[in-house]
Design a protein around this ligand. Structure first.
Ligand code: TXA
Ligand code: MG
Length: 313
């Protein structure tokens, strides 16, 4: 079930010669390239089908190493790193000369993260540098949370995929921008804005798709089948309305009119853990639409709600 030491060393060799490896993290599987190697990052963007002006998160084995890629480490960043690293948090800081244009999308800031998954940690420690790693799927589609998902999406385009089980968190890291003035949550995740504020002081919340981040201008984290967010009280009516087959992702028990029904947990973290696998499964059912029962609107659901909104385009 877990990649061996030998496979991890092989992965390090591949990274050193400019190749791509997929590896598990606690959030989603990443597609990694040597973040200091222009040709390797170019290949990474080609496989992802991502435009060069879209910044990528660089992964490190420790805060000490990560911070060498920042020219300023505000006190809030040091505190957040101490509290949440290794873990599902990305910090955006002013970049140092070590952070090249081709990973920052030409911006003066760098997104960095120290993941907690033991396989990711071993890989990064043995590699000893920064590894650029977006989620290991084609641009715009649902992120992978298992090795099977990575293989489905990238096939032979990735030399080696390290096995690390199903990603525990299941959705991408919380991104906090500390590169200018006020701390801002750019992407909600398992670590909530309130938890960030408790450590770093007041934070603003901004959606990732502000024009500064080109990736946000396109539909993100979306299945191919049209997905629709439906309030609980309208679910029955929406199902009745459809002529063709529909798939449903809901909290309640299956309705016998629906062939493809996945029941989701009422706990937000458990829901996030299952979300991308569930969307992938329903996406293969060949339905007219995926109806998604809207979760409660309280803060613990904000990261899940963010991904559901994106899935619905
Ligand atoms: O959970 C995760 O963070 C996953 C796993 C693999 O670690 N990685 C991931 O990476 O989601 P990536 O490269 O897809 O994240 C890109 C997003 C951008 O869309 C942007 O929002 C933010 O990270 N970002 C990265 N660098 C940035 C920068 N310099 N300034 C502002 N935002 C940045
Ligand atoms: Mg992604």
């Amino acid at each position: 079930m877990r990649a061996t030491r030998k496979e991890i060393s092989q992965a390090v060799d591949i990274l050193r010669r400019g190749g791509l490896v997929a590896f598990p993290t606690e959030t989603v599987y990443g597609l990694g390239a040597d973040a200091s190697n222009a040709a390797a990052v170019k290949k990474l963007y080609a496989v992802k089908r991502r435009t060069a002006d879209h910044p990528v998160i660089v992964h490190f084995d420790s805060a000490a190493r990560a911070f060498t890629w920042a020219r300023e480490v505000p006190e809030a960043a040091a505190k957040l790193a101490k509290k949440f690293w290794p873990g599902p948090l990305t910090l955006v800081l002013k970049r140092s000369p070590l952070a090249p244009d081709f990973v920052t999308g030409g911006q003066d800031s760098i997104g960095m993260r120290v993941p907690s998954h033991p396989i990711a940690h071993e890989l990064l420690a043995e590699f000893g540098g920064g590894v650029a790693a977006p989620s290991a799927n084609r641009f715009g589609l649902v992120s992978p949370t298992t090795v099977a998902h990575v293989r489905e999406d990238l096939g032979a385009d990735v030399e080696l995929v390290l096995e690390g089980g199903a990603s525990e968190v299941g959705i991408e890291s919380t991104i906090v921008d500390l590169s200018s003035g006020q701390a801002t949550v750019l992407r909600p995740g398992r670590i909530s804005a309130a938890e960030i504020a408790a450590v770093a002081g007041p934070v603003a919340e901004k959606r990732e798709d502000s024009p500064r981040h080109s990736g946000g201008l396109e539909r993100h984290y979306a299945p191919r089948t049209p997905a629709i967010l439906v309030p609980t009280q309208d679910l029955d009516r929406e199902i009745a309305k459809r002529k063709d087959k529909v798939a449903v992702l809901a909290f309640s028990r299956p309705d016998e009119r629906v062939d493809f029904w996945l029941r989701m947990p009422r706990d937000a973290n458990a829901y996030a853990h299952k979300l991308y696998g569930a969307l992938r499964e329903l996406d293969t059912a060949g339905c007219e639409a995926i109806l998604i029962e809207a979760p409660p609107s309280d803060a613990v659901w904000s990261a899940v709600l963010d991904r559901l909104r994106r899935a619905c385009g």
